[in-house]
Design a protein around this ligand. Structure first.
Ligand SMILES: [Zn+2]
Length: 306
């Protein structure tokens, strides 16, 4: 049953409705299909509210935390593995600032939270990192292990990792899916060495696109529970033992065919036509760098115990 949720940042219960629930009586709501990484559940979301005290934007009311975690445990997504090239290019680029921050540690130790099938771990390993991952989806975790990666199935709360052991912890497109971001920041803080780095990449509700598009901003989705701005994310980090180093918008590489497939939401015919043309021209697998300014990376350093 869906129940109202208190603010995860300041604990307040009063919130103002920003976008009403668009799931209606759709019985597929909460179905596993929507929790896939390549799911296109655009335009369908829970009610989204803004805390009247601190301004945090989040989905409420919503189902209990256990039901949400179970949805992720059962996710199976063959498409994700096929769509790898764009991700590899994106992660190659995203790794660079992290390397600069760890300085001259020889084989820095990294943990990727919600690592899915382990694409980032593969990239990091190739660049000399000792890379570990935690992933709730049984299918994705098995896929990563099959590829020879160190991946523990579960969550940070259950993984049993040693404290003060990692130089860097990353969360790529993960924090917006968590039921308790504050608790997760405290767990990450414990796992990091003193002075260790946290890297969070997430959608940015304070950027220009959501202000222009309003209810049509495509990242308003059922599986997104938290919509941080740079300010609310910085506050979350600073209240949990971190000091923000840098926040910057960071896009991603997508294959042309994947982009054209997204056009289905606007016009299935146009999408089919353009995908066919791109195939004939041999351009389907061309990577395109996309940055609409609504995805933000935040780098922060552990300066105190949470
Ligand atoms: Zn609040």
């Amino acid at each position: 049953m869906a129940v109202p949720v208190a603010c995860n940042l300041c604990g307040a219960n009063e919130a103002q409705l920003l976008f009403p629930n668009t799931l209606g009586t759709d019985r597929r709501s909460g179905s596993i299909e929507r929790y896939r990484c390549t799911s296109s559940g655009y335009g369908k979301h829970l009610a989204i509210v803004r805390c009247t005290q601190c301004g945090l934007v989040y989905a409420s009311p919503r189902n209990g935390d256990e039901a949400i975690l179970e949805s992720y445990e059962d996710v199976v997504d063959e498409l994700y593995v096929e769509e790898q090239l764009g991700r590899v290019l994106t992660f190659e680029r995203n790794l660079r600032p992290l390397l600069a921050l760890v300085g001259d540690v020889e084989h820095p130790r990294l943990l990727d939270v919600g690592c899915y099938a382990g694409v980032f771990l593969e990239v990091a390993t190739r660049h000399g990192w000792e890379a570990w991952g935690v992933e709730p989806s049984a299918w994705a975790a098995e896929e990563a292990v099959r590829r020879g990666l160190h991946v523990i199935r579960g969550t940070l709360a259950t993984a049993g990792l040693a404290p003060a052991w990692f130089d860097v912890v990353t969360l790529w497109d993960v924090i917006e899916h968590l039921t308790d971001p504050k608790g997760e920041m405290q767990r990450v803080n414990r796992l990091l060495k003193p002075g260790g780095i946290i890297c969070i990449h997430t959608i940015d509700i304070g950027s220009l696109m959501p202000r222009i598009l309003g209810p049509h901003w495509p990242w308003l989705m059922e599986m997104h529970l938290y919509y941080f701005s740079r300010r609310t994310l910085a506050q979350l980090l600073e209240e949990n033992g971190f000091q923000v180093i840098r926040q910057f918008s960071q896009g991603r590489y997508l294959l042309l065919d994947y982009l054209l497939a997204q056009l289905q939401a606007v016009s299935p015919q146009l999408s089919r036509l353009l995908r066919g043309s791109a195939r004939r021209l041999g351009l389907s697998r061309r990577p395109i760098s996309i940055n609409l300014g609504d995805l933000c990376t935040t780098l922060a350093r552990k300066t105190a115990e949470a």
